[in-house]
Design a protein around this ligand. Sequence first.
Ligand code: ZN
Ligand code: ZN
Length: 147
Amino acid sequence: MRGAAVTGSKNSNARILNGECFCRAVRYTVVDAFAYAANCHCSNCRRATGSAFKPFAGIARDKFRVVEGGDNLMIYGEEAGHDAHCRRCGSLLYSVVREGAFVHVAMGTLVDDPSIRPAAHIFVGSKAPWFEITDGLPQYEGHIVAG
Ligand SMILES: [Zn+2]
Ligand SMILES: [Zn+2]
């Protein structure tokens, strides 16, 4: 059922996932209960990661916790919407979005395997011309539009 592509993980066990930056100064934990995950091709995500796109997984902010090295965070943006990098190594760890209610975890910084998988490509309208999407996931010009 294609319409289910953006629904969350069915895993109701409160498994805890670990994540960390390149230099491991910053570590976080997140409940394995992501609401959605996608690959974002927007130019901001491309520049923030230096990659063709950013695989990210969204979760309510209270299910995410920086457990080590919080004083090493470099916050780019405002309280209700920002990117959080390690200030030592520069890794983009997560973004606070949706008026501060959600965290978008940069999936490349997860140590453990989450139950969820990116289910769509978004902001394909801004995709890098040198990158070709070769999988069968649905593609959206911008944000996923509900329905
Ligand atoms: Zn680091
Ligand atoms: Zn993006």
